[in-house]
Write a protein that binds this ligand. Structure first.
Ligand SMILES: NC(=O)c1ccc[n+]([C@@H]2O[C@H](COP(=O)([O-])OP(=O)(O)OC[C@H]3O[C@@H](n4cnc5c(N)ncnc54)[C@H](OP(=O)(O)O)[C@@H]3O)[C@@H](O)[C@H]2O)c1
Length: 249
């Protein structure tokens, strides 16, 4: 069992619910995000439900490179080993390219890709030193194909994240360090709370259950939930553009 799991972006949405579901499966947790009040409340809830279970929280802005390495290192000192790292912190800002919102697209690129790279470096330093570990990258179904309009920069970051995982998996093939990339479809969270309805949107609990199952099985890659995202993923990747555009909304 991967006893200790470090999750970034654990203060809301998928990260918070992953913490709940991993805790219910008996894992110890290292949780970080910027909103420490929310992390403290979550930790109190988890410790009350299972006294004896170890839950540590730390403030982390993943855009602060030095802090990423410091916080991951401090969690390793707390627990002795970090068995799994879930690179989850992310942002859904964006605007069509060339419409004066470089600030929003840059912020998404820095948080979702550059900061994910920092988290991956910090995790891999720990795993290489330990000789084992499980790296989990949270990508998105939008990584299947370049997306139009407000989704263009976001989708590019998520494709980048998936390629970091795939490159590492190629390098580490046959080693005790495992790498998974998770492609969520629409799962209710703070990121999409203002979206009234999106196609095939599932509740946070349902979507995260599919994520946690795939992660525990250490699948190389997983579209979650599998229905309808496995066939839709294939369609998005392979349909001619005029047809694929109809799926992109
Ligand atoms: N929900 C979906 O439908 C969906 C689909 C595909 C992929 N995803 C991906 O799933 C991941 C989680 O998103 P979510 O849907 O759960 O959204 P969310 O509810 O908005 O959660 C985002 C989390 O990321 C953290 N975060 C954002 N910027 C950060 C920063 N600079 N430093 C540290 N933490 C930061 C937030 O914590 P603080 O604000 O407290 O720092 C929060 O805990 C993201 O990578 C997202 O792209 C989501």
């Amino acid at each position: 069992m991967r006893k200790t799991i470090l999750i970034t972006g654990a203060s809301s949405g998928l990260g918070e619910e992953m913490a709940r579901q991993f805790a219910a499966r008996g894992h110890d947790l290292a949780l970080c995000a910027r909103r420490t009040d929310r992390l403290e409340a979550l930790a109190a809830e988890l410790r009350a439900a299972r006294p004896g279970q170890r839950v540590q929280v730390r403030a982390l802005d993943v855009n602060d490179d030095d802090a990423v390495f410091e916080v991951f290192g401090a969690f390793r000192v707390d627990f002795g080993t970090i068995d799994r790292v879930v690179v989850n912190a992310g942002l859904g800002k964006g605007a069509p390219l060339g419409t004066g919102r470089y600030d929003a697209n840059r912020q998404t690129a820095m948080t979702n890709f550059v900061a994910a790279l920092a988290q991956t470096e910090a995790a891999m330093e720990i795993f290489r030193d330990q000789g084992e570990g499980h790296l989990v990258m949270v990508s998105s179904m939008s990584a299947m194909r370049g997306m139009p309009k407000a989704g263009t920069a976001y989708a590019a970051t998520k494709a980048g994240v998936a390629h970091l995982a795939e490159g590492l998996r190629a390098e580490l093939h046959g080693s005790p360090i495992r790498v998974s990339v998770i492609y969520p479809g629409y799962i209710r969270s703070e990121m999409n709370e203002k979206v009234k309805s999106a196609p095939f949107m599932v509740s946070t609990e349902t979507g995260v259950r599919a994520m946690v199952e795939a992660i525990e099985k250490e699948k190389a890659s997983a579209h979650v939930p599998p229905w309808p995202w496995v066939p839709l993923g294939a369609a998005l990747r392979h349909l001619p553009l005029p047809l694929a555009r109809k799926l992109m909304g």
